[in-house]
Design a protein. Structure first.
Length: 125
């Protein structure tokens, strides 16, 4: 019998102030792991965070389920007057945003500091 390995995925939440939360994800965002990401995004919105930075520097892959989770969170955040930025430089992940034309929907920048600036936070240091 073939043994399937657990999907490698984790998210660490970091509140920078009362409005800003950084979610640092690593691994693969797909049908098996997207609910975990959705739970972190839901928690940020429930806590009243209106500026979200998703640090995807260590995300190796994202599928349509992951994109759907991100779109849902962006829609809910935008309705509240909030903003979201993604930090990602992985060509594989960026390619999916490009081919789905979602690179025009999301603010995607190469670094966490640039993403923080996009949501109106001056990075420390």
């Amino acid at each position: 019998m073939t043994e399937f390995r657990e999907p490698r995925f984790s998210v660490v939440d970091e509140d920078l102030d009362d409005e800003t939360r950084v979610l640092t994800a690593s691994g693969e965002v797909h049908v098996s792991t997207a609910p975990d990401l959705a739970a972190h995004l839901d928690a940020a919105l429930a806590a009243g965070r209106t500026r979200l930075v998703l640090d995807f520097a260590e995300v190796a892959f994202i599928d349509s389920t992951g994109l759907s989770v991100l779109l849902n969170a962006l829609r809910r955040l935008t309705r509240r007057g909030g903003s979201m930025a993604l930090a990602c430089a992985n060509p594989t992940v960026l390619r999916l945003f490009e081919i789905t034309h979602l690179d025009a929907t999301f603010d995607i920048v190469p670094t966490r500091d640039e993403a923080l600036r996009h949501v109106g936070v001056q990075p420390a240091g």
